[in-house]
Write a protein that binds this ligand. Structure first.
Ligand SMILES: Cc1cc2nc3c(=O)[nH]c(=O)nc-3n(C[C@H](O)[C@H](O)[C@H](O)COP(=O)(O)OP(=O)(O)OC[C@H]3O[C@@H](n4cnc5c(N)ncnc54)[C@H](O)[C@@H]3O)c2cc1C
Length: 320
């Protein structure tokens, strides 16, 4: 039998790769605003403006440059330079002070998938970004892009942490291995972002297949991180998981600045502010990039919640 949610999701993901549909969406004001509220905009200035507003309202930010596909070393260098320019702009704005605005970076944008020395190219580029972040007084988190590349990605985090102990790692609760990774990474000062992982079940033996098991795994992992000595970054929009994590943090007598919740820009902004008003630290993931890339990112976000598509389109004019 055809699963309508799955069919809708696949359709939305397919549209995310269509340039002609993107051009139509960009021209139609409703379509544009419905998707545009999920991204800061196209360039550094737009991301800085959104960051300014978030910080003024008591939220923190992690800025993500949407530049996944890297064709060659020169392209990876251009992407690195875009990150460096972003850090300069944030620093000039005073937004990097105390790590209020940091960067989330994707190793693929820095060259990881290049056929020759990709890992080395990406590590060198990431290192330069970390040096600039350190000079600006802020931090960097390495996104987990590819669930089949957890070990190499965590290896890069370990390599960088030798010089920059504040580099953030990302772990995915839908992977069976993650609880053990949480134990490994719950060390003093260790910044770990915990996510659910894939928004739909992955047909492999490494992953939990049932969303209830993913949520149970998320709770176990959050408990390990919150009981540990690191800085847990609980990235979820799931109201139940947020409540459970807050109770666990209370039980551990965690100070508000010793852990944080993270959510995507434009998703559940009212909940983000409710948490801030309750004294909880909230960091917003702010993507920016050229229209082709932000369109694909935004369609991916919509595809994650096919059932919420109408709700999302209705909320298209709200700001993040
Ligand atoms: C800050 C941040 C960073 C992330 N980094 C990574 C990463 O590096 N690697 C990686 O693989 N994954 C990453 N993710 C994605 C993550 O793994 C999940 O796929 C994603 O967050 C969805 O899981 P959820 O916990 O929000 O739960 P969901 O079950 O998707 O959402 C819970 C509830 O939130 C609301 N909601 C969620 N999404 C929407 C939406 N699009 N529109 C409207 N309402 C919505 C709904 O009410 C929903 O019932 C990140 C997520 C966040 C928030």
């Amino acid at each position: 039998m055809i699963d309508p949610s799955r069919a809708l999701r696949q359709g939305l993901l397919g549209l995310g790769h269509s340039d002609s549909v993107r051009r139509v969406v960009e021209r139609v004001p409703v379509g544009r605003s419905a998707l545009r509220h999920l991204v800061a905009g196209e360039d550094t200035a737009a991301a800085v403006e959104v960051t300014r507003e978030l910080l003024a309202g008591g939220r923190l930010a992690t800025i993500s440059f949407l530049g996944e596909e890297t064709a060659d070393v020169a392209h990876a260098s251009r992407n690195r330079d875009a990150h460096l320019a972003m850090l300069r702009a944030l620093r000039d704005e005073g937004a990097t002070r105390g790590g209020a605005a940091e960067l989330s970076i994707k190793l693929s944008a820095l060259g990881r998938l290049l056929p020759e020395d990709g890992d080395k190219v990406a590590l060198d580029n990431a290192r330069q970004i970390c040096e600039a972040a350190a000079a600006a007084g802020t931090t960097v988190t390495i996104d987990m892009e590819d669930r089949t590349a957890v070990d190499p990605t965590l290896q890069v985090v370990r390599d960088l942490r030798a010089d920059f102990p504040w580099v953030g790692a990302v772990l995915l609760a839908d992977l069976r291995r993650t609880e053990a990774d949480c134990h490994d990474l719950a060390t003093p000062g260790s910044r770990v972002r915990l996510c659910k992982g894939a928004a739909w079940p992955q047909p492999d033996a490494q992953s939990y297949q049932d969303i209830r098991d993913v949520r149970r795994s998320y709770v176990r992992c959050a408990k390990v991180l919150l009981e540990g000595a690191g800085h847990p970054m609980l990235a979820t929009h799931d109201a139940d998981l947020i409540d459970i994590a807050r109770s666990l943090a209370d039980k551990e007598l965690r100070a508000p600045e010793s852990f944080e919740f993270q959510m995507f820009f434009g998703i559940r902004p009212e909940e983000q502010l409710r948490l801030v008003h309750a004294g909880v630290t909230v960091r917003v993931y702010v993507p920016y990039g050229d229209p082709r890339r932000w369109y694909r990112y935004a369609m991916h976000r919509v595809a994650e919640r096919p059932a919420d598509t109408r709700f999302l389109l209705r909320s298209g004019t709200k700001k993040g």
